[in-house]
Design a protein around this ligand. Structure first.
Ligand code: F6P
Length: 460
């Protein structure tokens, strides 16, 4: 056990932290506070230390100059090691395994290049574990987030066996036969790394069970580690207040003008990555226009697809494919006064909220998704009620499945039919369903989600 310790009683570790930094034109460091779901969920505990990685040159420069927000310790990991760990392992291999995105026989293939990247993933996890070990007070509670840091619990346990260690997975967990595509030693190392925690938690029972299956088949059991489920809901108070500010109102007016009067609106909002299944969604919309000509000129698909992880070619190619398919639909069906697909790629939260308010139908059709908060946010914010077309492979399906129109994400014909049924749904039914969806979506407020985990972790 390490002889030194720090003073923090509650620690959170994640790849992306609550702040980012940039070097401004005058050479000074500018700080940007993140507004993601994790940041708002964790804000219920004031006195905590958040340990995270420097993600880019701006962050690294801030760390080197000693700029640090109170309560945040950002680690300056070697840029090549970080790129290998984040892009080369976490967002290509682990993301692809848990979301079942590989297209065999070409992928995956684990050779020497992968082994080099894996060594970086280990080094990255070790750097986080060492920082946590330094900062944690005796008997402190540490909650580690996500697939980027699967080895941290085991590494931290070796350094500090006095800590209460939790790990939360925001992704699905792969079924055991798929998980076993990973080389055996790596699969074992990942599971043992996670099992270093006192308690592991997942967004749904389905993902928790898949993890347990992997441990049973590969290791023979879960070694006494407790496994729990904590669904994450939408933050109703924040969303309703934010969605009625002036900047959202302005964007709503602009969107209405773009869409045109008396037209129905099908909305989708995603980061552009392969699990979101944006291309099949576009093809389903195209099929609707092809087979139900009465909807031509009467409906617009507003698709917000915000580029992410663009350092990786596979994500860049997918982003380009989304634009290509959207343009092809517009060339095929568009008319002088009607653009069937309005695609926006510049991330703008206020405009996303405006689209939520405007939507008649929300399309959420991921191939697999840990939860999917868009499915939960739209019914909360919607002005006039919105029909949710929802993939059965999203974690949110477990809570929202009864009042959504549920689709198999691979089935483009079925998705087109569901879009047609959603557009034709009588208003009173749509309103009733939206009300029930909003109730279910807000049943697990984000702050409570974190407090419940801390409490469960502290309970023996
Ligand atoms: O869904 C898993 C997750 O880690 C989320 O918690 C987070 O929103 C996202 O993926 C992170 O993506 P990025 O690679 O942009 O940090």
């Amino acid at each position: 056990m390490a002889s030194t310790h720090g003073a923090a009683e509650v620690l959170v570790a994640s790849n992306r932290g609550p702040v980012s930094y940039a070097v401004g034109d005058d050479g000074s460091i500018e700080t940007k506070r993140g507004g993601g779901g994790l940041v708002s969920a964790l804000s219920v505990v004031d006195d905590k230390l958040w340990v995270c990685a420097a993600l880019d040159d701006g962050d690294r420069e801030a760390v080197r100059r000693g700029v640090a927000e109170p309560g945040v310790r950002m680690l300056d990991i070697d840029a090549d090691v970080y790129a290998d760990a984040y892009n080369g392992v976490a967002n290509s291999v682990l993301w692809f395994v848990h979301h079942m995105l590989y297209q065999t026989p070409l992928e995956p293939s684990f050779g020497t290049d992968f082994r080099r990247r894996w060594a970086s993933y280990e080094a990255y996890n070790r750097a986080l574990a060492q920082a946590l070990a330094q900062e944690a007070a005796p008997g402190a509670t540490v909650v580690v987030q996500d697939y980027h840091l699967a080895l941290v619990p085991g590494m931290l346990r070796e350094l500090r066996d006095d800590l209460r260690i939790g790990h939360f997975s925001h992704t699905p967990w792969a079924p055991v036969d798929y998980f076993r595509m990973l080389p055996d030693d790596i699969a074992e190392q990942l599971l043992r790394g996670m099992l270093g925690a006192d308690r592991l938690a997942f967004l749904t029972r389905r993902w928790a069970d898949a993890f347990t299956d992997c441990c049973t088949r590969i290791l023979g059991g879960t070694s006494g580690t407790r496994i729990g489920v904590h669904g994450l809901g939408a933050d109703a108070d924040f969303l309703r207040e934010r969605a009625h500010r002036d900047d959202v109102g302005e964007r709503l007016t602009a969107l209405r003008e773009q869409v045109g009067e008396d037209r129905k609106v099908i909305v989708r909002v995603d980061r552009t990555e392969l699990s979101k299944n944006i291309v099949r969604g576009l093809h389903a919309f195209e099929l609707l226009l092809e087979t139900r000509p009465e909807w031509r000129e009467k409906v617009v698909h507003v698709a917000f697809a915000y580029p992410s992880r663009q350092d990786l070619a596979v994500y860049r190619d997918y982003t380009a494919e989304v634009s290509r398919v959207a343009q092809a639909i517009n060339s095929r069906f568009g008319t002088e006064g009607w653009t069937p697909v309005i695609l926006h790629v510049k991330d703008d939260f206020a405009r996303s909220l405006a689209a939520y308010r405007l939507a008649d139908v929300a399309l959420v059709n991921p191939i697999r998704d840990g939860m999917n908060l868009v499915a939960k946010e739209v019914p909360v914010v919607s002005d006039d009620g919105c029909v949710l077309v929802l993939s059965r492979e999203a974690g949110a399906y477990e809570e929202l499945g009864e009042d959504a129109l549920v689709v198999n994400p691979y089935d483009v014909t079925g998705t087109a039919a569901a879009l047609g049924a959603a557009l034709a749904m009588p208003e009173d039914e749509r309103a009733q369903r939206t009300k029930r969806l909003a109730g279910a979506a807000t049943a697990l407020p984000p702050g409570q989600w974190f407090l419940d985990q801390l409490e469960a972790l502290k309970a023996e």
